[in-house]
Design a protein around this ligand. Structure first.
Ligand code: ATP
Ligand code: MG
Length: 428
């Protein structure tokens, strides 16, 4: 036998047993985005590499070591998107969505990062996110947090997540803080690990984000940005906290939250949980007012977030237990021969009569016994049976699979009517 070619490490198949939960989550996301007036945008999975290096930043984990980058046949460097803010901004500029306009956009789809695969961390994973252009104040940041909180409640995970907030200040504040940090860490270069030494001048804020236990006390001692930002930036952050409090949305301020990407300013936030082990961030975002101009568009404020679908589903299952698959409604048991054709016709009529119901036709021609086993397993309420007798007599039998009830045999053209009565009486 030839060797079986397997999928790429960290890239998973979604199988029917699990796809119901994905569809459910996707439906809720679509609904909540609609509730808040966000329009869906779909952009290509592949973009020019320069888009990501210019937006996310050259000295970030993503661009330094996580992108799937290759030259196409023309020698142009392309990358599979590691996230979608850059792509959405590019598309908005290119399609004239920015010019002084307010845009509320959302997206959902696969992202690609070359990371070490583990629980909650994959090489192809999925994000849904929102991006808003053209609104300056903190109210829109609060809206994004309220929107996500609404989704968590609908998923039943509201009490398992925490909203963490921080401010990075204005780009000027951030630049000033940058040099304060460089001074501080330069005095302690011996305590810096290799990654942090490399980042010291390129991206010192990222040092705060380090998970290395040996660096924690050094990081704890670092000057806090909140103590150096301008009064205006502080007012922005205070107003945000105020709006959240008035909306009864609890949060904690985490001064070490800096986010890994270069483009953030002012508010950054993450939704975290302690129920998923190390991969505890389910959603992350912030304000990125300079990015649009940086990518060649007309300057416009911008804010957004992205949630990790795999982690959200894992958390939903941890909190609510495994979801059961939706059962079938009707299972057609067919003796074989000419019952197959009649069975298919009857099933079509039932689908016309009950567009929401799931009707499974057993086309296997297997023994009645094995078909009844399958019918039971499908979870169907009723089996409709066509044996040789029924076909000659133009009848069909209905057997209840869930409750004790006598099997009834009726004329085939009464089947839909009879089932409607049964569905009504059992209120399914
Ligand atoms: P982490 O610190 O866990 O690596 P990140 O800061 O790289 O996360 P973002 O770029 O902010 O993540 O992406 C937003 C969300 O997407 C994350 O909070 C997470 O839920 C999800 N996510 C990111 N990378 C992965 C991955 N490799 N596999 C699965 N989900 C991911
Ligand atoms: Mg990461």
């Amino acid at each position: 036998m030839p060797e079986h070619i397997k999928s790429i490490r960290g890239m998973r198949d979604l199988l029917p047993d699990d796809s119901g939960q994905w569809q459910h989550l996707e439906t809720l996301i679509k609904q909540v985005m609609h509730n808040y007036g966000y329009g869906e945008i779909r952009t290509p999975l592949l973009e020019k590499t320069a888009l990501f290096s210019r937006s996310i930043g050259d000295v970030t984990d993503i661009v330094e070591k996580e992108m799937y980058t290759f030259d196409d046949r023309n020698g142009e460097s392309l990358s599979l998107r590691p996230e979608n803010t850059a792509g959405v901004v590019r598309a908005a500029i290119q399609n004239g969505l920015i010019n002084q306009q307010i845009q509320r956009l959302w997206y959902s789809g696969p992202m690609f990062r070359y990371e070490r695969p583990q629980k909650g961390r994959y090489r192809q994973f999925h994000q849904a996110g929102a991006e808003v252009f053209g609104i300056e104040g903190p109210a829109i940041e609060a809206e994004l947090m309220l929107l996500s909180a609404r989704l968590w409640d609908q998923l039943g995970i509201g009490s398992a997540v925490t909203l963490e907030l921080n401010t990075l200040g204005s780009p000027e504040d951030r630049a000033r803080y940058r040099s304060v940090l460089i001074d501080y860490f330069s005095e302690h270069t011996k305590q810096l690990d290799e990654d942090s030494q490399r980042r010291l001048h390129a991206n010192p804020l990222r040092i705060l984000d380090s998970k290395n236990p040996d660096m924690q006390s050094l990081i704890e001692g670092a000057p806090k940005l909140i103590n150096t930002i301008s009064a205006e930036s502080k007012a922005h952050f205070d107003e945000l906290k105020n709006i959240l409090e008035q909306n009864q949305l609890s949060y904690v301020v985490n001064p070490r939250l800096v986010r890994g990407l270069d483009y953030y300013c002012h508010t950054v936030f993450e939704w975290t949980t302690n129920q998923l082990g190390a991969q505890g961030t389910i959603c992350a975002g912030g304000r990125y007012d300079d990015l649009i101009e940086q990518l060649g568009g007309q300057a416009s404020s911008a804010v957004g977030f992205a949630m990790g679908i795999e982690r959200l589903l894992a958390l939903t299952e941890t909190v609510n237990g495994p979801q059961t698959k939706q059962p079938a409604d009707i299972y057609m048991v067919l003796a074989g021969g000419e019952t197959l054709s009649t069975g298919l016709q009857l099933a079509e009529q039932l689908r016309n009569a009950f567009p929401d119901k799931q009707i499974i036709t057993d086309c296997s021609g297997n023994s009645m016994k094995s078909q009844f086993k399958k019918a039971d397993k499908s979870g169907a309420y009723y089996a409709c049976i066509l044996g040789a007798n029924e076909v000659t007599e133009g009848t069909v039998s209905i057997k209840s699979l869930r409750v004790e009830a006598e099997q009834v045999t009726i004329k085939q053209d009464e089947l839909a009517h009879q089932l409607a009565l049964l569905f009504n009486s059992t209120s399914i």
